[in-house]
Design a protein around this ligand. Sequence first.
Ligand SMILES: Nc1nc2c(ncn2[C@@H]2O[C@H](COP(=O)(O)OP(=O)(O)OP(=O)(O)O)[C@@H](O)[C@H]2O)c(=O)[nH]1
Length: 494
Amino acid sequence: MPLSHSRKAQSILLLLLLALLLSGFAATSVIGYYTSRDSIRHNIVNTELPLTSDNIYSEIQKDLVRPILISSMMSRDTFLRDWVLAGEQDPTPITRYLLEVQEHYGAYTSFFISEKTHTYYQAKGVLKQVREDEPRDVWYFRVRDMQDAYEINVDPDMANRDQLTIFINYKVFDYSGNFIGVTGVGLTVDAVVKLIDDYQQRYERSVYFVDSDGRLMLTGAEGGPLGAKAGQLLSSVAGLEALRAKLPQPKSGNFKYQEHGRGHFLNVRFIPELDWYLFVDKHEEGALAGIRHTLYLNLLICALISGLVLLLVYLAMRRYQRFITTLATTDVLTGLPNRRGFNLLAGQALQEAKRNQSPLSALLIDLDLFKQLNDTHGHLAGDEVLRGFAHNLQSNLRQSDIICRWGGEEFILLLKDTGSSTARLLAEKIREQSDASSFPFNGVNLRVSTSIGITELHDEDTLDRLIARADRALYRAKQSGRNRVCEETFEPQA
Ligand SMILES: Nc1nc2c(ncn2[C@@H]2O[C@H](COP(=O)(O)OP(=O)(O)OP(=O)(O)O)[C@@H](O)[C@H]2O)c(=O)[nH]1
C-alpha cells in the first residue's frame, strides 16, 4: 500500500477511534446527567416542596387553631356580654378581662369593639373609636356584615407599632341573638415569617401566601419571590406576571413554569382557615448547578482520556509502522537496504546529483562462482560469506553512500559526489580486499573474489539506464575472467 494511503487510513482510524471514545464517554455522561436531573426534579416535586408546604401549614395551624378557640370562648363569655348589655359603664373590668385573656393565653393582643359605642377596647384600655370612613377600621364593618361567625384577618396592629398580626375576629351576640360587637385575639406572624425565612435561605426556595385575588399576603422578612413584598400583586412582579394565569382551577397542586428562561417548580396548597394559598416555589438552577458542574467535569475528563488514549495509539502505530517500514526495506541476512529501500534512497540521490550538477557513480558488485561455494560448503557457509562481505563493504563506504543487496550474491553502490576515476579506485580497493579476505566457517576459511561493473551518471540517465549500464560493465567483467573491474561509459541513444 502506498505511504500516503496508509497515512490516510491511519488518520481515518484515529478519527474513528476518537469519535467512538468521545461519543461513548459523552453518551454515558449525558445519560448520567439526565438521570440525575430527573431524579432531582422528581425529588423536588414529590418530596421537597410538599414537605415544606406541610411543615409551614402545620405551623400555621398550630398558631391559628388555639386562638380561634380562645376567640370563640370570648364571644360566648357571659361576663363580656353582661358588661356590654349593662351599658359599658366602666372600662376597667373589660380592660382587666382582656389583659387576663392576653396574658393567660400568650396572645399578642386581645380586643373587643362595641357595636353600640364603636369603642375599641384592648388590654391597655380604650384604644379608639372605630369609624366607617377610616380605612383601618373597614375590617370591623366587614365582619359585622358577614355571614360567618368569624374571620381570620392579617393586618398591621395599630396597638402594637403596626406589627403584622393575624386577627381572629369573632362576632358577639346577646342572649337574643342581636349583634353587639366583635371580639378576639391577635397573634404575630413572627414564627411563620421566621420559618419562611429559614426555608428561603437554607433551601433556596420561595415561600409565600397569596390571597384569592393573587395578592402576596405574607412572606419572609427579606421579601418573597424575586424580591416581592407583602401587599404586591403577583401580576406586578417582573417574571411572575403570567404565573397566576397558568395555574389551573382549583389551584392546589404541582406546577411548572418559566421565569426569564429559568425553570420553576411550584407547589400550591389552599389554606381554608385563611382563604389563602400557600406557594412553595423552587427554581431548578441552583439544584441542577451541582450535577451540571459534574457533567462538565466528566466531559473534560472524557476529552482528556480520549486525547491520551489517542496519543498512545498514535505513538504505538507510528512505532509499529517504522518497524514494518524497516522490515520491508531491509535485507534480513546482511542488514543492508534491499531493493525497495534502495529505490527510495536512489531516486532522491539521482535528483540531487542532477540538480547540483555533481558526479555520481554506480558500482554493481557480484561475488564470483558463488554457486560453487554453496555447493561445496553448503548454504549456511554461503550465508556467512554474504554477511561478512556486506560487513566489509560497508566499512569501506562513507555515510552518504548508498549500499544495497541487489539480489542473491549481487550488491549495488551509489557513490555521491564521485566521478568514475574515484569510483574505479574504490572498486579496485573493494575487489582487492575481498580477494584477500577469508571468512571462517566450521573450521574452514572461505574465500571469494568479486567482479565489479562501474559507470557514471549522465544528465540523460534514469535510474534503470544507469543500472543497466553498470550491469553491462559487470557482464564484461565476468566474461573477461572475473575478479576484475570494468567500466561502461554513457553513449547517447541513437
Ligand atoms: N547461501 C546463499 N546463497 C545464495 C543466496 N542468494 C543466492 N544464492 C546463490 O548464489 C548463487 C549464484 O549463482 P550464479 O548466479 O550461478 O552465479 P555464480 O555461481 O556466482 O557465478 P558467477 O556469477 O558467474 O561468478 C546461486 O546458487 C544462488 O542459489 C543466499 O542468500 N545465500
